[in-house]
Each structure stands twice: as C-alpha cells, then as structure tokens.
Design a protein around this ligand. Structure first.
Ligand code: SF4
Ligand code: SF4
Length: 342
C-alpha cells in the first residue's frame, strides 16, 4: 500500500483535475448547508474546511429516486423499453470516515452472495471513494468510536487523506485508489509521517465526547422485544422520517409504477420505517400500528437484526439523527437506557 505526502495547498486543486476524467461528487456549500452532491462545471468543492455534509453520500449509490425500467403499453401487452442502470466512472471526494464506513455496511446488504442489487452494485463498482479523515472531530454528537469506526478509520475508502499539520498524508488503500495516484503529486511518506498520523489519531479520538454501549445491548435486545421500555421513547416522535433520510446506513425503499398515456416507468424511492404507511397492507392491517412498534424496529434493525445477519452494527455514529430530529430524540440515550434494562 503506497503512502505519499502532499503539500497542503495542493489538495484544493485535485478535485478539479480529477473532474477532467471522472464524474466528481464532493461537499459543496448550498445556501446555508454543506451538501454532498455532483460537482457542476463551475462549482468549487469545499476541501478541508467543512465539518460534515448535511446529507449522507449514500445517495450516490442508492439515489432518493431512481428509474429502474421503462415500458410501453401496446395492443399486444406491455413491452419492456429498457432497463436503466446508469453508472458513470465516479470519484467521491472528501467523504468523512463514518460515511465511507456506511458504504461497507450497505455492501453487506446490497451485494450479498445470495441477493444482489444490480442498480447499487453498478454504481458502487465504478466509484472510487477518497476520504478525508477527521483530524479535528466535527461535532459533540459524533460517536464513531462506539460503533467500531474512528476519526481516521479507512473502512469503505479507497484513498485516505489525513491532515498532519504541515502536509497531507495520502494512503492508497485499494487497487482502485492506486489508479488515482497520478492526481496526487508528492513524496513518499516517511516513518516520521506514520508517527505523526498516530498522534493525530490519538488526539482526534480523545476529542470524541459521546460514547455509547452499542455492542453491549445486542443480548438485551435479543430477549426484550416486549419490554415496557418501548412505550417510553416514541411518544414525541413526529414520524417525519428525517432521521432515516439523513442516516447513511438506512436503506428502506418502495417500488412504484407511473404511467403517462401508454408510457410507463418503474421507480425505486427511499421509504422510511418511521412512516405509518410503510408496513400498511392492502387489507388495511398494519403490523406496526403505532410509532412504538416503528421505533422498536429502527432500534432493533440497527443494533440487533443487522448484527444477527451480518455481524455489524448498522450505525456509523455520524450523529445526524441526533442533530436534526425536530423533537430531540437521541439514539445515544436510547442505547444507553437499553443497556440498563433489567
Ligand atoms: S442512526 Fe443516527 S448516528 Fe447512527 S448512522 Fe444513522 S444517522 Fe448516524
Ligand atoms: S427525526 Fe425525530 S421526529 Fe422525525 S421520525 Fe425521526 S425520531 Fe421521529
């Protein structure tokens, strides 16, 4: 694995160079928000001067709305016009380590041995993830170290860039990452750089103030599906879905058909387990009739079912759901409270 040092002022020009040959997605300031989006021709990405994007970059591989196929109604029946699996050679530049880790978690679901999602896989395979480590921890709500990640974690990344103060350390973690080597002009990293990286890591980890017993609650969840605790957390939830839409690991979707005269298209749209209609059946029966069952599902899915299925927690500790829930429901407190259940 090659490691290189590049000058601090060289980083800002790199996305522009990459854009000559790839579609680039990066953090961009849009009004008062920093959002992760495809760079328009004249758009400048924020490099190194942002905390984290409001939206999670999962939308590059799993878009909010995606056309799956088009068809036409004819006198002889419905005919398929085409399957849409658009995937460009793309570079995601300036992803934070928690969000890069979410890609590894989503791979477990969308790219299983038995079940493969061709739409997700097509985009994922053609993309290279360039991650900017959190040398300074962005928020007090970050808890990546409680969910097997860290501010300098390279999981899910092809290239990892760390600010060492005087230079950036660039680590090419995968063959895909190595293919971007020519865009990062620099000198081979010394042992000194390694030591500095370790210091940055220790310091950044020390800045994390939120710690939750995320792994410890699995055996408690295993035997407490009917615990009265579930009656206590959901009451102020508005069922707005903000937590699931901003979450880098949430991946529920719905498939629907739209017709205009004889032309039809099949779409996949994000959905949310927080919505009453998510589980409502055609008969009118709803197996998750209130917000209580929906919140239990969200918690169970992240801290029990994903662990059962893939031995991984489906939360990367980004803190978005904590920061943006309009009624301040805090998943850190929920996990903490569950750890104390008798
Ligand atoms: S559950 Fe909350 S903290 Fe965890 S990954 Fe999702 S948005 Fe981030
Ligand atoms: S963001 Fe808060 S209010 Fe909205 S669905 Fe999630 S928990 Fe409920």
């Amino acid at each position: 694995m090659e490691k290189r040092l590049i000058k601090k002022d060289a980083l800002a020009g790199i996305p522009k160079k990459i854009r000559e040959n790839f579609t680039v997605f990066a953090p961009v300031k849009v009004e008062d928000n920093v959002v992760f989006k495809e760079l328009e021709p004249q758009e400048e990405p924020l490099v190194g001067h942002y905390q984290n994007t409001k939206n999670a970059p999962k939308g590059v591989f799993f878009p909010r709305t995606e056309v799956m196929m088009r068809y036409v109604r004819t006198p002889k029946g419905v005919q398929l016009k085409g399957i849409e699996m658009a995937a460009a050679d793309a570079v995601l530049f300036g992803v934070r380590p928690c969000d890069a880790r979410s890609f590894a978690l989503l791979d477990l679901l969308f790219d299983q041995e038995k079940y493969k999602d061709p739409y997700y896989i097509a985009k994922r395979e053609k993309a290279t993830v360039v991650t900017l480590a959190c040398a300074r921890v962005p928020y007090r709500t970050c808890f990546c170290t409680s969910v097997e990640g860290g501010p300098l974690d390279g999981k899910g990344s092809d290239v990892l860039i760390t600010d060492l103060g005087t230079d950036f350390l660039v680590e090419f973690l995968t063959p895909k990452g190595e293919k971007l080597g020519s865009y990062f002009e620099g000198t081979p990293a010394s042992e000194e750089a390694e030591k500095k990286k370790e210091e940055v890591k220790q310091k950044a980890e020390g800045e994390i103030v939120s710690h939750i017993p995320a792994r410890e609650i699995k055996p408690i969840l295993d035997v407490n599906f009917d615990h009265p605790f579930w009656d206590t957390i959901h009451k102020k939830c508005l069922a707005c879905g903000t937590c699931t839409y901003l979450c880098p690991t949430c991946h529920c979707f719905d498939i629907s058909d739209e017709m205009k005269y004889d032309d039809g298209r099949r779409l996949r749209n994000w959905d949310s387990c927080m919505y009453p209609l998510f589980t409502k059946e055609t008969s009118g029966h709803n197996p998750r009739p209130t917000q209580k069952e929906r919140w239990r599902q969200r918690t169970m899915h992240k801290f029990k079912y994903y662990v059962d299925n893939f031995n991984a927690i489906a939360c990367v500790g980004c803190g978005r759901c904590v920061m943006y829930c309009p009624v301040n429901i805090d998943i850190r407190k929920i996990v903490e409270d569950i750890s104390k259940l008798q």
